[in-house]
Write a protein that binds this ligand. Structure first.
Ligand code: AMP
Ligand code: GLY
Length: 425
């Protein structure tokens, strides 16, 4: 079997690494990939951007690809799976219809209400005056969201009415997020602990993956600006058997059934971002139509089953006959970032120490890296995700940070406290 992975982040390195380890897979191509995927045995980069669907279809045909796995949300929301299927190429991911779960927050909120799936109260606006009136009528804090894809930057948590009014104007009047902010969603702020709940779905069949939790805030203690994710671990001790069952019954099953009922059945990784309140009630913050980054890295470190076989079972509608085998150990990934991230950051710094990391329990997944003149250099904000397996949270954390300490470049930075919630439990 020949597989194509689309994307160039840490998630895609982990997907390509795991797929290349499958007994059924002869070769993995990654478009465009990074320095990590290019060095992976059995993996080859193709210099095609993730948004060039025509070139990707051409490459899939030329390389006789049997299975394509799409990593990032933008091509999915833009209908890459529809195009691959029209060309007769099997592609693992949702079509544009169900990918609206990530592509439009107002679509998702209305969908959740239609199917009585718990989420924060909300309203959507295109008119700034109507938005201002609504803001004055609600309690703070409140959350303002650009409706469309905004690379993880379109959510503003306003602590007072002044901040909320300013944010509404930035989105609707100044059009800070362009077309993604033509519509504004305003919702109530939810208190609690956030978890990532990621499944493989195929119509009404759904297989939950190992639980996980990520750290979105840039600074230690979960302070500072939001990022794509500064680290993640699996399992999430907060999700005990009872909460797991409630999430399946109250969120996941109603979602996949609702999508089938609305004739936009889901195929692919389905990621629910959930807020768990003090009483243990789950509420949906968002849906992502893809695997999480960096959640993929620790989750796939624990996956013992064949990933290509899992994707194939979903494509064949045979997920209900599939069981997943997990490594019982704890996996924890620390994201190393370039100085300045999530704001402006430099590129092109030489990374050293990668060869020092030599343990079967540690894997350094690349994200923003590039190979140049035999050197690995930085090429993005999130640069590496150093992921370790350990018998306990403690040992996984120690292993990961000892490897982080061996890797250097100018201005390299990371959070020192990935896993603190799990450690405190
Ligand atoms: P979203 O992209 O909608 O998940 O929002 C990004 C992040 O903002 C989430 O991961 C949460 O940390 C936070 N957030 C979003 N909506 C809410 C809410 N209603 N209450 C509290 N925090 C929220
Ligand atoms: N780690 C959060 C995300 O993938 O959206």
């Amino acid at each position: 079997m020949r597989v194509l992975v689309i994307g160039n982040g840490g998630r895609e390195h982990a997907l390509a690494w795991k797929l290349a380890g499958s007994g059924h897979v002869d070769r993995v191509f990654v478009a465009p990939g990074n320095a990590g995927t290019s060095a992976e045995p059995g993996v080859e980069n193709l210099p095609i951007p993730a948004n060039d669907t025509d070139a990707l279809i051409g490459a899939a045909q030329a390389h006789q690809i049997d299975l394509t796995v799409v990593g990032p949300e933008a091509p999915l929301v833009n209908g890459i799976v529809d195009r691959f299927e029209d060309a007769g190429l099997p592609c693992f991911g949702p079509r544009a219809g169900p990918a609206q779960l990530e592509g439009s927050k107002s679509f998702t909120k209305a969908f959740l209400d239609r199917h009585r799936i718990p989420t924060a109260s909300w309203q959507a606006f295109t008119d700034p005056d109507a938005a201002r009136q609504y803001i004055e009528s609600r309690d703070v804090p409140m959350v303002l969201k650009a409706d469309g894809l905004a690379a993880g930057k379109g959510v503003i948590i306003a602590k007072d009415h002044g901040q909320a009014l300013a944010a509404a104007d930035e989105i609707l009047v100044d059009q800070r997020f362009g077309a993604a902010g033509r519509r504004l969603v305003i919702e109530d702020f939810l208190e609690g602990e956030e978890i990532s709940f990621i499944c493989v779905a195929s119509g009404t069949q759904v297989l939950p993956l190992a639980t996980s939790q990520d750290h979105k805030a840039r600074e230690a203690g979960d302070r500072g600006p939001n990022t794509g994710g500064m680290g993640a671990y699996s399992p999430a001790p907060r999700v005990d058997a009872e909460l797991h069952q409630r999430i399946m019954d109250e969120v996941i099953h109603p979602t996949v059934h609702g999508l089938v009922q609305e004739r936009i059945p889901y195929l692919g990784f389905l990621y629910a971002g959930l807020m768990i309140d003090a009483q243990g009630n789950p509420r949906v913050l968002e849906y992502n139509c893809r695997f999480g980054d960096p959640e993929t890295q620790p989750i796939l470190m624990r996956l013992r089953s064949d990933l290509a076989g899992l994707c194939q079972a979903a494509l064949d509608g045979k997920l209900d006959q599939y069981t997943i085998d997990w490594d019982p150990r704890f996996a924890l990934g620390v994201v190393m970032v370039a100085a300045g991230y999530p704001g402006e950051y430099p590129r092109g710094d030489k990374i050293s120490g990668l060869q020092e990391v030599r343990s079967d329990n540690i894997k350094v997944f690349h994200a923003g890296t590039r190979q140049e003149a035999g050197q690995v250099i930085t090429d993005g904000g999130r640069v590496l995700c150093v992921t370790a397996l350990g018998a306990t949270v403690d040992t996984a954390q120690q292993e990961a940070y000892s490897a982080v300490g061996a890797i250097h470049w100018r201005g390299a930075d990371w959070r020192p406290d990935i896993g603190w919630r799990a450690l405190n439990r």
